[in-house]
Ligand binder design. Sequence first.
Ligand SMILES: Nc1ncnc2c1ncn2[C@@H]1O[C@H](COP(=O)(O)OP(=O)(O)OP(=O)(O)O)[C@@H](O)[C@H]1O
Length: 628
Amino acid sequence: MGPIIRCLLGQSPPLPRSIPFGIGSEMIVSSGDYHFRAVLTLEKIGNQENMGIYKPYFKKYKLLFFTAVSCVFFEALCDLMQPTIMARIIDEGVKNSQMATVIKFGLLMLLITAIGAFFAGTRSVLASKVSQSFGADLRYDVFAKIIKFSEVSSDKIESGSLITRMTNDISQVTQFINGLMRIFFKAPITCLGSIILAVMLSRQMSLILFLVVMIVAFFIVISMKLSYVRFSKVQYAIDKVNSVVQEYLMGVRLVKAFGRYADEEDKFDSANSDLAAKTLSSQIVIAYFSPLMSLSINLGIALILYIGSILYGHGDIEVGKIAAFISYMTQILASLIMITNIFNVFVRTKASTERINEVLNSEEDFKGSGQTSDHHSGELEFKNVTFAYPSGSGLPTIKNLSFKINSGETLAIIGPTGSGKSTLVWLFLHFYDVLEGAIYFNGRDIKTLNSDSLRENIALAPQKSMLFSGTVFENIAWGNPQASKEEITQAAHAAQADGFIQNMSAQYDSSLGQGGVNLSGGQKQRISIARALVKKAPVLILDDCTSALDAVTEAKVRRAINQAENRRTVIMITQRIGTAMFADKILVLDNGLNVGFGSHQELLQSCKTYQGIFDSQIGGDLKGITHG
Ligand SMILES: Nc1ncnc2c1ncn2[C@@H]1O[C@H](COP(=O)(O)OP(=O)(O)OP(=O)(O)O)[C@@H](O)[C@H]1O
C-alpha cells in the first residue's frame, strides 16, 4: 500500500514536515487521458490523522477500489509496451522495408492499445462509481451530524460555511478519491517502468534523462513551496460569497424596502473579487511554472535528438530506439507531473478534510443521562441559574435567577428587549447548559433527563414563525404527525387560524410557499401556534408569537388555550402588559435578573420595572380599573 493510501487511512508515519509544499497552487495538467486539477495545500501534512475519517468509507468500497487499481496496473503495462514495439517496427520493419514485420508489430500495438483502452474504460467507470458513492455517503454523514449539532456548534460555524463544506469541500474529497484510482498507481508504475526500459535502451542518453528529471523536479518543488498557503484562503473566500448570497436571499424584501441594492451589490462585489483574487493568486504560480517545465522537457528532447544523432553517426544506436527513448522520457516526465498532482490534490483535500472534520467533531446536542421523562404534568423551577452564551461577550445573560411555577399554571415573562426572555426558553429546552444553578422539571434536574424526552414534554411556538414548503395541513401536523384531521382542525380553531384557512383556495390542502411567503405575519403566527397546540404537550411555550395578532384575536387564542381540556402549563413571553396581566404568575426580567415575580396585582404594588411598563403601555388612568 502506498504512502497516500496509508495517509488516507491514517496508518503511515507522518510525512516529514519539511516537505516544502504549500497551500494554494492550482494547475490543470493534461497528459493523454489525464486531466487533473491540482491545488497544493500542505499546511500540516505531517498531521494526517484527520484523513482517518475516511477509513470506514474506504473499507466499504475497497473491493471496487482495488479492482479499479488493478485495471490501472494493466493499463500502465500496456502503455509501457508501446514505445518498445514502436522501436521494433522502425528498426526491423521500416528500416529494412519488411512490411510483414511492420504489419505484425502494428497489429500487436493495436491489440495492446485495445486492451489498454478496455482497462482504462473499466477503471474510469469504477473510479466514478466509488468516488461518487464515497462522496454521497460522506455528505449524508456530515448532514446527519449537522442535524445533531448543539446550539453551541450552530453558533460557531456559519450556515454559509456549512454549505461550502457540504458542497465544495466534499467535492474536493470526491475528486481526490477519483484521481487516486485514475493515476495513483499508474504514475509510479509508468515512471519506474519507463526509467528501466529507457536505461536498457541507452545508458549514455539516460544521463540527459536524469538531468531533465532533476530540473523538472526542482521546478515542481519550488512551485509547490510558492503556492503553499493559498488554498484554504480560497475556501474561506467561497464561504464568504455563500454567506453574502444567503443573507441577501433571507432579507430580500427588506433590501427592496430600504432600496439597499447598491450596498448588497457592493458586499457581493467585494466578496466575489476577493474570491477571484485568491483563486488567481493560487493559480498564478503554476501559470508561470508549467511553461518552464514544458521548456525543460522540450530542451531534453532536443538534447536527446542531438546526442542520439551523434551516437547514430557512430553506429551506436538505431533510429527506432531514439524515438522510443524520447517516448519513455515523455512518459517519465508526465508521470512526475502526475505524482506532483497527486500531492497537490492530497494537500488540497487535506485542507478540505480539516474543514469537514471540524463539522464532524463538533459538539452534539445534549443527550442527557438516558433517563426518560414521561411526565404528564409540567412543573418548572429555575434555581439560582446563571448562564453566559459560549459565543457571547463572556458576561452572563442570566444572573442568579430563581422562580417556580406549578403544573397547569400560566407564566408570563415580560421585560425589555434583550433582557434574556428567549434565553430562558433555550435553557429549559436544554439547548445550552447552565453555568451555575439548576433547572428542575417536575422535580428533576433537566441535566439528568434525556433531552429528547424532555423536549417531547414541551411545545414551542417560536418568536419567528418557521413554516415549511407543503400544505397548511402538513405544516400543522408537523407538530404531531399522529394527529387526526379532527385534532388538526381543533388546533387551528383554537389558534384562530381556521377562519382564514377556510378562505384559502384549497383550505387545509392549500400549499404554502417556502417559509410561508404567501401568508401574512399574523397568519403565519397562528399556524405556528396551531402546530404547537396539536402537540398536546404538558408545557406550551409561546415566545412572543402573538405580536402580529390584533388584541381581540390574541385574547381569543388565550381563552382557547385556557379552556383546553387538559390544562397545561403555559409560558408566554410577551412585550405586552395586556397579555401578561392575565397570567397566574408574571416574571419580570431586566438584564438577566429576576426583578419581580408574582401576580399582576402583586407586581403593581411591589415591582418598579413592572409599574413602569404598565404606565407606559396602559397608563396611569387605567391603573385604578385594573387594580380593582
Ligand atoms: N446565540 C447567542 N450567542 C450570543 N449571545 C446571544 C445569543 N442569543 C442571544 N444572545 C444575547 O443574549 C441576550 C438576551 O437575548 P434574548 O434573545 O434572550 O433576549 P429577549 O429578552 O428574548 O429579547 P427580545 O425581547 O428582543 O426577543 C442579548 O443580549 C443577546 O444579544
